[in-house]
Design a protein around this ligand. Structure first.
Ligand code: ADP
Ligand code: MG
Length: 687
């Protein structure tokens, strides 16, 4: 929508262009301006004389400025006050704290309207920081109406922005294309483009504004879901992939390799995978599992099926540390097998790397483990059957499009790092089939999570020491590597120095962070795994996937700096063994949201519940994965989650009935989908 009006803003601004403030909001074209939607609305329809004000409710008053002054407070601050009178017995004071510029905006005798919540102050009414409208002389606004509240920068005022948007609507909105087919608009009762834009920016009621906004949200979601439906057709339904069929014998042979029986959920995920692998169509499956539920075993099973069926299989991990761990795990399972294995990391010399790539290309390797480097140019396979992408929360559709170019249509299995909110599952991963693993392996002990105060630091150290003395291991996670200037954040390096010379003298303390070279990282991890290190001070490099069951103690510094799912991931590091884990948090959250996030972590250890809670707390468009799709910010909020299902159903039904959107009534949709997603989703340009 926004991109269908690339007309520069100079045109609208006339004689004195003030593009700067608009550009700071990212507004460059008429399209940008029309789709700069209000953050919220204020209902200023309750207009009253000052004498009829009541306390508490949002009310609007019109009057004349009879007094302006500035009072200084004991704490060095000041209050600017502007007093209105409307001819009645009482007056209304507008009060602003520490905002000198307020007085400059108004003058004596000027007619203003104040909207806000009033409170009675001894002998007059007061509104703190009321919304002000300057009324033209002689004109009374009988209904001030519903006023949109825009995201603004300091140098752009609403009374500048609104006329500009009004002009943009009058001049340009009528030429916007109607993308939604008549049938869908009727079915859902959506207003047309022009009507909806007017309702959003100049609403006659809150309901009309909301209906207008939702029309555009629906449109965004529909386009996104159409793109996903089309991509799914292309990557799955219209392509073929090797038939990798599991016989009973293969199944039994693979299961024997695991040192444990699989859980029910692992078995169900494996059954899904096996069905896909044997279907002749490329598998496009997402395994969503809670942290520690045992995704690796599912991945290993799938990889070994491919190898048993005489195809090559690749496992991609997000970091070198994790790639090594997976290689080691597979090594353990396959110690006596003839499966030819390769670990492709940055640590190979150029010569070793070339030899490895030659072997892959010649088909002399069955199973390769690596990082993103597996999708680099120059990596070719003889007969790639399966790619497993492990521990991803950010491996969106675009990145997968890149992997697809690896070779001729292998099967794909994507594993999330933590459960993701449903909204993300349906957008970022919306072209995939999903298997869930909620069940944890038997015998797991819960992790006790505690948020400690600074005064309890010594006690925290004592708790860790106690654990270490019982031959357990511990992580101490810090948000930064080195001390950042001006930021009082505990760095890993400094903490490492402090702990090993102070409270943990006599224990073996190690350091692991993202800026070490790969060999140093690998060494630290290997020593921790071998229990040659008792306590590992690290950054969130250990966030993902690290599996050391003997490590059951975790201390997180400045926990407020991590996201909720990241914290859940981190905590997952100490819930892998049979002994109960302990997770200690130090945090200084600045706002309510930060506090809520930490409380959620204390309350629940269920990753699926935490993912939804995280979505609720953050609650905005980014969650819907627009970033990953490169489509710019969607105008979508958490309250629109229900619309996502509606749009998804409509989109998949549309593509079922009209697989390439060739019908005339779908021309607008088709155009919009390809413009927005054609490239990033590699939709083929048919027609
Ligand atoms: P994640 O799903 O977080 O990647 P992992 O695959 O690393 O989890 O598994 C976590 C731990 O659970 C590992 O130590 C693994 O050996 C163990 N595990 C996995 N499946 C089972 C099972 N069915 N029974 C017992 N332990 C298991
Ligand atoms: Mg894992």
């Amino acid at each position: 929508m926004r991109d269908s009006l690339p007309v520069g803003l100079e045109q609208l601004l006339g004689a004195a262009p003030r593009l700067g403030p608009l550009a700071r909001l990212g507004l460059r074209t008429v399209g940008d301006l029309l789709f700069h939607f209000p953050r919220s609305y204020e209902d200023l329809t309750d207009l009253r004389p000052i004498a009829a004000l009541t306390s508490g409710a949002l009310q609007t008053v019109q009057g004349e400025v009879v007094e302006m002054d500035t009072r200084y407070l004991n704490d060095g601050g000041f209050v600017v006050s502007v007093v209105l009178n409307d001819g009645g017995p009482r007056s209304l004071e507008g009060a602003w704290f520490n905002q000198a510029h307020v007085t400059r905006r108004f003058r004596y005798g000027q007619r203003l309207s104040f909207s806000g919540k009033a409170r009675w102050q001894r002998d007059h009414w007061q509104m703190v920081g009321p919304r002000v409208q300057i009324l033209d002389p002689g004109v009374d606004v009988s209904t001030p109406g519903i006023v949109p509240v825009y995201p603004l920068t300091e140098d752009l005022r609403p009374d500048h922005l609104r006329p500009l948007i009004g002009r943009a609507i009058d001049l340009h909105a009528p030429s916007l294309p109607e993308v939604l087919p008549e049938e869908l608009r009727q079915r859902h009762g959506w207003p047309g483009v022009l009507e909806a834009l007017r309702a959003v920016h100049f609403p006659s009621s809150l309901e009309a504004a909301e209906r207008g906004r939702r029309r555009f949200v629906y449109e965004e979601l529909l386009l996104c879901q159409l793109a996903l439906a089309l991509r799914r057709r292309e990557t799955r339904d219209r392509r073929s992939a090797p038939v990798l069929a599991v016989t009973e014998q293969i199944d039994a042979r693979i299961r024997r390799l695991f040192p444990f029986p699989l859980t029910g959920d692992q078995d169900r995920a494996i059954a899904d995978v096996c069905r896909d692998l044997a279907s002749g169509r490329p598998m496009q499956r997402l395994v969503q599992a809670d942290v520690g539920a045992g995704k690796t075993a599912v991945a290993a099973y799938a990889l070994l099926v491919a190898v048993a069926c005489k195809h090559q299989a690749a496992l991609m991990a997000p970091t070198e540390v994790l790639a090594r761990q997976h290689a080691a795990t597979l090594e353990g399972y396959l110690a006596n097998s003839r499966v030819r294995r390769l670990l492709l990391t940055g640590a190979l010399t150029p010569r070793e790397r070339r030899a490895a790539l030659d072997a892959l290309k010649a088909g002399e390797i069955d199973l390769v483990v690596g990082t993103q480097s597996l999708v680099q140019e120059g990596v070719e396979f003889a007969r790639l059957g399966l790619v497993v992408i492990d521990e991803q929360h950010k491996f969106g559709v675009q990145q997968r499009a890149r992997v697809r170019r690896l070779g001729a249509d292998p099967h794909y299995l994507v594993m999330t790092a933590t459960p993701i909110p449903r909204t993300v599952a349906l957008t970022v991963f919306g072209d995939l089939d999903v298997s869930l693993i909620r069940e944890l392996p038997p015998g797991r002990q819960p992790v006790a999570t505690r948020w400690l105060s600074e005064a309890e630091r010594d006690r925290a150290h004592a708790l860790l020491r106690e654990g270490l003395e019982q031959k357990k291991q511990a992580y101490v996670v810090c948000p930064l590597i080195e001390e950042a200037e001006g930021l009082d954040v505990k760095s890993a390096t400094r903490t490492y120095e402090e702990l090993r010379s102070g409270p943990f003298r006599g224990f073996r303390v190690g350091l692991l962070h993202g800026r070490q070279d790969d060999a140093t990282k690998a060494d630290a991890m290997a020593r921790f795994r071998a229990h040659e290190i008792d306590l590992l001070v690290c950054t969130s490099v250990v966030e993902v996937g690290i599996d050391v069951p003997n490590a059951t103690l975790l201390l997180i510094e400045r926990a407020e700096r991590f996201g909720l799912s990241q914290l859940h991931q981190l905590r997952g590091r100490v819930s892998r063994g049979a002994a109960p884990g302990l997770c200690l948090l130090f945090a200084q959250p600045a706002g309510d949201e930060g506090r809520e996030r930490l409380r959620a972590l204390l309350r629940s250890t269920d990753g699926f519940a935490l993912a939804e809670e995280d979505a609720r707390l953050r609650g905005v468009g980014e969650l819907f994965g627009s970033r990953q799709h490169g489509a710019g910010e969607l105008l979508v909020g958490a309250r629109d989650a229900g619309l996502l299902d509606v749009a998804r159903r409509d989109a998949f039904a549309l593509v079922d009935g009209d697989p390439e959107l060739r019908r005339e009534e779908h021309a607008g949709l088709r155009e919009a989908v390809w413009r927005r997603y054609g490239e990033t989703l590699e939709l083929s340009e048919v027609g």
